[in-house]
Design a protein around this ligand. Structure first.
Ligand SMILES: [Fe+2]
Length: 538
């Protein structure tokens, strides 16, 4: 293959990235030779390494077929010979944003003690680690702070903003999208596992539009691997694109079906990879991202738990959670928990795409209930990867399965009591009938943008439905936006198609403005800046 390379300047640069040198180098048996002294000196040395003896080399590995495998960086020390130095491989990312604190997450290539400096205060790791999570506290709400990450004798400075004070009715902006697995078209639309091009455009546009956080719900990568290492590589490429906003504001991610890591058996059978606490999709996701820990534990303890004293399920920690910002709350669910991708679940047990199991449902109900009682919160958003009502691409699954309510999770050979459509209704009942504040459901999975309004006139059952029908007590919105770069799907005809208000196959970044009681939405193509729609949703 080929390696492209270039120097990265970090000082006084908002978006450090390599400025690629005009020549590349060939990779032979896994090695490439780059003559830094000859190529990157003199008029090509814009980082002053010839004086300081320090440089950051950005590089991109492309295989013989033109597929980009990895896009990363390495810090080097010396004036020739050069040695690899402590490098910040990923990040820094602003995470766990509150009105009085944030945490800065980043990854280094060796275990070292690093620090973050804010307002002349220094926050430090306790011990040398690869994965750093440094908490910055005692901050003022909705205030911008510069922060400097120090690793080895290197430093990089970015900024973050704390959240609007909980209960504040002052305006703010945030962004939503999902489904950025690799797309067709060549080039950066596929950097091994992810649509780097569209994600980068989305992140820079969201930042330019002043979004204070980004919610990104599932299918970040191609995934469906049997190897945590392969998934980690795909996540690394996603995170490098995510850095364009993530260094300044949180990008809160959730799981979709493509995050799955499988254990596969003969006969095309595949289940969530076990042991769950070491290599499940849930565990590797939690290792790669930093999310709140306020979700449910797991499905242990439910009626169908096969062993009272053993841990039989993966953890929900960091893949189901909620957070608040000003007067809104975001409840993030995992609709691909304990996901067994083979369509033979009655045979080998496991959960199916789009099915919410009992303990997560209970947590949803309790969380919505708690937020309903919280006087600081006016608006609740619920996001999960699979829509209740598929409109283009997933009519055969999500929470519909072509109208087949037989589809459900199996545990230890036994089916759960509720089928997929009954479970969909229980979720809708909680969000619509048992809640006044819940505004909408935000989904992905379908690679398009579609907005629908659900009300009492909607036809949402298969023709032969013999079970009770849910009464919809008030209008409720479902927006699916899986248009962050994965290959597109066009609109399908379904019983509720007359309730679809807008459908687009353009790449779509959603920007919400919450202004007290009001909620405005602008949907923009991040590639061309074309406005797809502008609506007042509340
Ligand atoms: Fe999906």
């Amino acid at each position: 293959g080929t390696i492209y390379y270039g120097l990265i300047k970090t000082e006084n640069i908002e978006f450090p990235q390599p400025v690629f040198f005009k020549r590349n180098a060939k990779i032979n048996k896994g090695k490439a030779k780059i003559n830094i002294i000859k190529r990157l000196s003199g008029k090509y040395d814009f980082v002053d390494w010839e004086n300081t003896g320090k440089l950051i080399l950005g590089y991109r590995i492309v295989d013989e077929a033109g597929l980009m495998i990895y896009d990363g960086r390495i810090n080097l020390r010396g004036k020739g010979p050069f040695e690899p130095d402590v490098t910040m491989l990923e990040g820094p990312f602003v995470t766990l944003q509150k009105d009085y604190r944030v945490s800065i997450a980043f990854k280094t290539n060796k275990p070292v003690v690093c620090s973050v400096e804010v307002d002349n205060k220094i926050y430090e790791d306790d011990t040398p680690v690869y994965d750093h999570l440094i908490h910055v506290i005692d901050l003022e709400p909705y205030s911008e702070y510069k922060y400097t990450v120090k690793y080895g004798d290197w430093k990089e400075t970015y900024s973050f903003k704390t959240a609007r004070q909980k209960g504040s009715r002052q305006p703010f902006v945030w962004a939503y999208a999902s489904d950025s697995r690799a797309g067709a078209g060549g080039g950066e639309r596929e950097i091994y596992g992810t649509n780097y091009y569209i994600v980068k455009k989305m992140m820079t546009l969201a930042k330019a539009k002043g979004a204070n956080f980004f919610q990104f719900t599932g299918d970040l990568i191609n995934g469906y691997t049997i190897s945590p290492d392969q998934t980690n590589l795909e996540y690394a490429n996603f995170k490098h694109a995510m850095e364009f906003m993530g260094r300044y504001a949180p990008v809160n991610v959730a799981m979709g079906n493509h995050e799955v890591i499988m254990r596969s058996f003969k006969g095309r059978i595949s289940v969530d990879r076990f042991p769950y606490d070491q290599c499940s999709a849930e565990k590797i996701f939690a290792d790669n991202f930093v999310n709140p820990l306020n979700g449910p534990e797991g499905e242990d303890g439910a009626k169908y738990d096969p062993g009272a004293n053993t841990v039989d399920f993966p953890s929900y920690k960091e893949n189901a959670y909620y957070y608040t910002y000003g007067n809104m709350a975001m409840v993030v669910m995992n609709s691909n928990y304990w996901y067994a991708p083979s369509r033979k679940i009655p045979e080998h047990s496991g959960n199916l795409h789009g099915y919410i199991m009992d303990n997560q449902l209970k947590w949803l109900k309790e969380t919505i209930n708690k937020l309903e009682k919280d006087n600081d919160i006016d608006h609740i958003f619920v996001t999960l990867h699979t829509p209740a009502f598929p409109n283009g691409g997933h009519s055969k699954d999500d929470m519909w399965y072509g109208g087949n309510n037989d589809r459900r999770a199996y545990v230890a050979g036994k089916p759960l009591k509720k089928g997929i459509i009954e479970r969909r209704d229980e979720i809708l009942d909680i969000l619509i009938n048992q809640s006044k504040k819940c505004v909408m459901m935000l989904n992905g999975d379908e690679h398009n943008y579609n907005r629908m309004v659900i009300d009492s006139t909607i036809n949402m059952y298969p023709e032969n439905w013999d079970k009770p029908k849910l009464k919809i007590s008030r209008p409720f919105i479902q927006i699916t936006n899986g248009a962050a770069g994965a290959p597109y799907y066009s609109q399908e005809v379904l019983p509720w198609s007359d309730h679809v208000k807008k459908f687009s196959t353009l790449n779509a970044l959603m920007l919400f403005t919450i202004d007290g009681e009001k909620i405005y939405l602008e949907v923009v193509n991040p590639d061309t800046f074309e406005v797809i729609e502008k609506v007042c949703v509340k």
